[in-house]
Design a protein around this ligand. Structure first.
Ligand code: XMP
Length: 511
């Protein structure tokens, strides 16, 4: 990226992405780098204006503790060490780190003893977010002690000559008083990084890069109608026009009218070449009688690849594969430190025999930035703000086996739920909402007759990112309308229940 940037060295903190986001929110480009990136690599990029050494779950004195290249301390580039990062700096400069007997977790008061540029315009830190078991027992000789916690532990240190700082708390966390100002002071006053990061700049540089990479070759891209693949396709299309062909694999597990809407949007609104592959029968046949959730997911994933492979060969000859991989996917799939690494469906996955080169123009963007980019590219707002929908589709919202009749029940009940949430004006307050077919039959009475029919569950959650979620407090009168409509309008359903569990301990989807 040919703009000023601050690198966050990844020592395994759960807050890494938050640090990067804070810088980007102030217009300074930031990205994650491995903790052991060499000083030589950093020196080669004059656009790197500062380094943040993140916190981490380990102690610096443990065997196997993550160790960076000590020469980064001699580069003259400003450095901010956060928790583990500060300890790492300190022990390289004859400081001492010890395990503390009184662990300081949560909000703490910090007493400022001296001024430093990091605290410019900040006179008090009444609440900072601490989370550590170790502390700086001896401040290194070349450092000044700038602030301490109430119990006397060093909270901020600063090198006497060099622009190197350490903090024993998390300025990136919303609960920390003046946390943003501390990061702003670091970025602007200490690193002198310019605020050059914005979507127009991103579009321009990506278009240029895609054109250079692709040349006169062709790009194939599978789109799902989801935000990421749609935005990536539009960006690639803007760069290379009809050298891009999109493929929409309709697995028959989409919501009501969704497949038609996706095809319409690509063909009519966005004017992008799209091959609509109707593979419903292939998927349903493979799913017949399959009950185990993981098995269903695997079958759908494998069949998707099989259909894609078959159809790609029919459509033409493509050198490149476009993908809507976003930054969170890259970070979650590939860092050296994260304890919570999980493989992601967007990253990798195609058979080795398919020798595509990848074009992933969103792989530096967070989800909210992808949405901003989508709007900047002229994609309809409703599409950009579409509620998340899982790749395996309605199949994981039908507990037990999947067939046309059961699909009809989830599809129709989901459509009713969508309509009523929209009518009640709740769509912006609820992060995700859908129905589930439980496969549980119960007794009811309809028009004097005994019934023995299916149960539909409603799931609606509030969340920031899907990682944690709370059940949405939908007003009773809205739930009442939804329940009545589902039972009255969908044959074979006589009961509706509302899922009132948060995540954790539940997950958002039921399978
Ligand atoms: P869970 O059920 O894990 O879901 O709490 C968290 C979020 O991820 C979505 N989800 C998926 N998205 N492919 C996707 O693209 C999947 O296989 C998948 N499984 C769950 C889910 O809808 C929720 O938004």
């Amino acid at each position: 990226m040919a703009i000023d940037q601050i690198l966050v060295l990844d020592f395994g903190s759960q807050y890494n992405q938050l640090i990067i986001r804070r810088f980007r929110e102030m217009g300074v480009y930031s990205e994650l780098a491995p903790y052991d990136i060499s000083a030589k690599t950093i020196r080669q990029n004059p656009k790197i204006k500062g380094l943040v050494l993140s916190g981490g779950p380990h102690s610096v004195y443990e065997d196997g503790a993550f160790a960076g290249d000590p020469q980064i301390l001699e580069l003259g580039i400003p450095i901010l060490g956060i928790c583990y990062g500060m300890h790492w700096i300190a022990i390289r400069s004859n400081g001492e780190i010890k395990a503390s007997l009184t662990r300081e977790y949560g909000a703490q008061k910090v007493i400022i003893k001296e001024q430093t540029e990091l605290l410019d315009d900040i006179s008090e830190l009444a609440n900072v977010w601490m989370s550590h078991g170790d502390f700086l027992a001896k401040v290194p000789d070349e450092f000044r002690l700038v602030a301490s916690s109430q119990s006397g532990m060093p909270a901020i240190i600063c090198h006497k000559q060099l622009p190197i700082y350490g903090v024993q708390f998390h300025p990136e966390v919303g609960h920390t008083d003046h946390g943003n100002e501390i990061l702003k002071n670091f970025a602007h006053k200490i690193c002198h990084a310019k605020s050059e990061w914005n979507m127009d700049h991103y579009i321009e540089t990506q278009i240029e890069q895609i054109r250079q990479t692709v040349g006169s070759e062709s790009v194939l891209m599978a789109v799902s109608g989801g935000v990421d693949s749609s935005v990536a396709a539009v960006l690639i299309h803007k760069a290379i026009g009809n050298q891009l062909t999109c493929m929409f694999i309709d697995h028959g597990l989409m919501r009501k009218n969704e497949a038609e809407d996706v095809v319409n949007m690509f063909k009519k609104v966005l004017d992008i070449k799209l091959n609509w592959i109707n593979a419903k029968d292939r998927f349903l046949e493979k799913l017949t009688g399959v009950v185990d959730p993981e098995q269903k997911r695997k079958i759908i994933g494998n069949e998707f690849i099989a259909v894609f492979t078959d159809e790609a060969l029919k459509i033409g000859d493509f050198a490149f594969l476009g993908q809507g991989t976003i930054y969170a996917d890259v970070i979650e799939s590939g860092t050296k430190t994260a304890a919570t690494i999980k493989s992601h469906h967007n990253v990798g996955g195609l058979p080795k025999t398919m020798k595509f080169k990848l074009i992933e123009p969103l792989n530096k963007l967070f989800k909210d930035e992808v949405r901003k980019l989508g709007i900047a590219l002229g994609i309809p707002k409703a599409q950009v703000n579409r509620i998340p929908f899982p790749g395996p589709g309605l199949a994981i919202r039908i507990l037990g086996s999947v067939n046309e009749e059961r699909l009809m029940i989830v599809r129709e009940s989901d459509a009713i739920l969508q309509e009523e949430i929209l009518r009640a004006g709740l769509n912006n307050q609820i992060w995700q909402y859908f129905t589930i077919l439980l496969g549980v039959k119960s007794v009811g009475v309809m028009g004097d007759k005994r019934t023995y029919c299916e149960t539909v569950a409603i799931r609606a959650v509030t969340s920031q990112d899907g990682m944690t979620a709370d059940w949405a407090k939908i007003p009773y009168d809205v739930l009442d309308i939804i329940s009545r409509r589902i039972v009255n309008e969908i044959p074979g359903v006589n009961r509706v229940v509302y899922d009132i569990t948060s995540k954790p301990p539940s997950t958002i989807e039921w399978e």
